[in-house]
Design a protein around this ligand. Sequence first.
Ligand SMILES: [Zn+2]
Ligand SMILES: [Zn+2]
Length: 269
Amino acid sequence: MISSNFHTHSVHCDGKDTPADMAARADSLGFFALGFSGHREAAFSNCTMTPESEGRYRREIEALKKQYAGKMEIYCGVEQDYYAGRRDGYYDYAIGSVHWIEKDGQYLCVDWSAERTRENIDRHYHGSAAAYAADFYALEAQVKVATGCDVIGHFDLITKFDDAQAIFSMEDPAYRAAVMQAVDALASPGTVFEINTGAMAKGYRTAPYPAVGILKELHRRKCAVMINSDCHDKSKLTFGFDAAVEAARAAGFTTHVVLKHGRWEELPL
Ligand SMILES: [Zn+2]
Ligand SMILES: [Zn+2]
């Protein structure tokens, strides 16, 4: 059973609940650890922390660390977008993510809606989903270098609204080639990729990211996985964890990675 979550958002960025309410809920679920991962500021987005809210975020989580000392481990992490630059050394850990593609002088959001995804492809890629995917995975390939992250967040986020794999399928050679470029760039032994159930929690997907076909490639390369729900609502702290464990096992993983006593550790699945 998974009793931790290291990808969570609070009112300090685009989440619903306060860190204190989320911690209380995690404690009631018997968590041994809860990590917060507020979106680091990206100037062109209003879903991220601001310098002011980041200060409050840090102070509140420091207070929770003290409040739960000896009972539940609290970590102050950050979700660092590709365009937010290198992570700040203050944070206990960083999740590196790609949420936008800079194209034609705009930042195209890849996880806004099915309509926006279709519009991005039609308007900016002449209808070529393969070209869109190629640009996304070219950024993904650089996300560790660009952010200095510890964990690769929702690796195939562009599939958020494509549960049926109608647009992005590993069976499609062009899509697969785009994916594999990023896998080859990132997936050295021990690299941690998260299995993220966030889109399941929001009702967009029936399976977590990344697709099992990608997870199998990561397992072949001796990468590690961390299970998170990308939680924006305290009632979703463990949403889809059974499906995430199932996906990990289907790809050959027998362990998952957590932060425990401040160190990265593998626990049995
Ligand atoms: Zn994200
Ligand atoms: Zn997130």
